[in-house]
Design a protein around this ligand. Structure first.
Ligand code: C2E
Ligand code: CA
Ligand code: CA
Ligand code: CA
Length: 278
């Protein structure tokens, strides 16, 4: 009970309470978290490499647990992905994102932004994913700004024909598709030919790599994407040094602490407003 931060004494907590039951507790908390309004989105800018102006944002799930405080996405998303819970959580993230796009239509009529939302493969492969999105697009009639989905994981390859069909439908709704975590081994070149991606996101591990050939690798991927007519976002850019190098490589978009950390929705809106004065 200590780790929950209080001095409160809980009378019937068994001393051998395991990490396993701790996880189960967290999982049942997560089931209720959506209704209780504990789940929100943080928005991290994706900027043009040349002038660092904001082109869009990535929406990142946040869970403010009543006792534990901020639970890291790495922890609760992994947990949710072991069950059907990820589908509810993912759809909730999409709903919040769509609402934000509608807000931006009103608050930022002169900007032209995309909002990139992570979707797990279970969502994509689940029943009616394309219909869910189609209904959302109809329900949240945003016009100006666009939705983009970020998708990882080799699981798409388990049923490539079906998934390609789903993604084609999604694309026909005017929704962008980014291949996430490129370079981690979970995403590969085969994906680019099978699925209708328009953007590649280079994983931050590629940038963080201390390998002598790192720059050759980055340059190759950026050039390849460019030749294929795909847009690239390099993730995890933290230093001026890397930014300068990436510009020279022809990289058009970056995301990373050098350009901005994840912030709440109203701060994100203000950042764009400041950049597009009336
Ligand atoms: P990701 O999709 O690779 O998202 C990028 C992660 O890198 C974010 O962590 C972001 O805060 C962090 N990051 C961005 N720039 C930098 C940088 O310059 N330096 C460093 N050190 N880190 C940087 P976060 O928010 O903790 O998200 C972790 C992962 O959780 C995401 O990785 C994504 O896989 C997953 N996730 C977040 N939201 C969702 C969601 O709505 N649905 C699903 N399925 N997964 C999500
Ligand atoms: Ca992502
Ligand atoms: Ca990811
Ligand atoms: Ca990544």
């Amino acid at each position: 009970a200590k780790r929950f931060g209080g001095d409160r004494v809980e009378p019937f907590r068994p001393a051998f309470r395991t990490a396993g039951s701790d996880k189960m507790q967290l999982e049942s908390d997560l089931r209720r978290a959506i209704e209780r309004g504990e789940i929100s989105l943080a928005y991290q800018p994706i900027v043009r490499a040349d002038d660092l102006s904001i082109a869009g944002f990535e929406a990142l799930l946040r869970w403010n647990h009543p006792r534990r405080g901020e639970v890291q996405p790495a922890e609760f998303i992994t947990l949710a992905e072991r069950s059907e819970l990820i589908v509810d959580l993912g759809n909730h993230a999409l709903e919040l994102a769509m609402r934000r796009l509608m807000d931006w239509d009103v608050l930022l009529p002169d900007a032209d932004l995309f909002l990139s939302v992570n979707v797990s493969s279970q969502q994509v492969m689940g029943r009616d994913f394309a219909n869910t999105l189609s209904n959302m697009q109809a329900r949240f009639a945003h016009r100006k700004h666009t939705l983009r989905l970020e998708i990882t994981e080799t699981v798409l390859m388990q049923n490539p024909e079906h998934n390609a069909h789903v993604l084609e439908k999604v694309k026909s709704l005017g929704i962008g598709l980014a291949m996430d975590d490129f370079g981690t081994g979970y995403s590969s070149l085969a994906y680019l030919s099978k699925f209708p991606f328009d953007t590649i996101k280079l994983d931050q591990s590629l940038v963080r790599n201390q390998w002598a050939q790192r720059d050759i690798l980055l340059q190759s991927v950026i050039s390849m994407a460019d030749n294929l007519g795909l847009s690239t976002v390099v993730e995890g850019v933290e230093t001026e040094d890397d930014l300068v190098k990436l510009r020279k490589m022809g990289c058009r978009y970056i995301q990373g602490f050098i350009a901005g950390v994840p912030v709440n929705g109203s701060v994100a809106t203000d950042m764009v407003a400041a950049q597009n004065p009336l």
